[in-house]
Design a protein around this ligand. Structure first.
Ligand code: ADP
Length: 161
């Protein structure tokens, strides 16, 4: 049984993340979306909010679960018996960092493999950071995030539409 983890901050979940979740869930037996509890990063949405938003969007996917973790990814993977890390690659700029992380994780635990899915073309520019930047100025988010999250994101910036 191949259990994979798709780790990230998901602050907030974007259509680019959803694309990776949908596509990778068709490749592996079980996919755990792992939301990083990164206390050093100032997040827009709390950990609980991020987890429940992803749960809302993956409810109908039978082999996808959502959980949060802190500390080292490889340690958490041992705990949940996952051996595959899924990451998305957008541009060359993602590559160097992702390569380093993948190699480090493999050294830490040689049983762990990282697979990269290249972004679908229409999401190649999309990041949670861009979404937050746009939202803070009241920009149109319909092409960036699942429709049901748009109001929740604006609320964080005290914007009513
Ligand atoms: P992190 O804080 O670990 O970068 P993110 O939540 O920003 O977490 O991203 C999680 C993963 O999703 C990363 O592998 C990232 O490259 C990937 N990702 C983010 N946006 C996109 C996108 N538009 N298309 C494909 N992959 C993406």
């Amino acid at each position: 049984m191949k259990r994979a983890i798709y780790p990230g901050s998901f602050d907030p979940l974007t259509l680019g993340h959803m694309d990776i979740i949908e596509r990778s869930s068709r490749i592996v037996d079980e996919l755990v979306v792992g939301v990083l509890n990164n206390s050093a990063k100032n997040s827009l949405f709390s950990l609980d909010e991020r987890v429940s938003m992803i749960k809302e969007m993956t409810d109908s996917m039978p082999n996808v679960t959502v959980s949060s973790f802190d500390g080292l990814l490889v340690d958490y993977m041992k705990e949940i018996q996952a051996t595959i890390i899924v990451r998305g690659l957008r541009a060359v700029t993602d590559f160097e960092y992702e390569l380093q992380i993948a190699q480090t994780n493999h050294v830490e635990n040689p049983d762990v493999e990282t697979i990269f899915l290249t972004t679908s073309l229409q999401y190649s520019y999309l990041s949670s950071t861009i979404v937050k930047e746009f939202a803070s100025y009241g920009g149109d988010l319909t092409k960036f995030v699942p429709a049901r999250f748009i109001d929740r994101i604006y609320e964080k910036y005290h914007i009513s539409k």
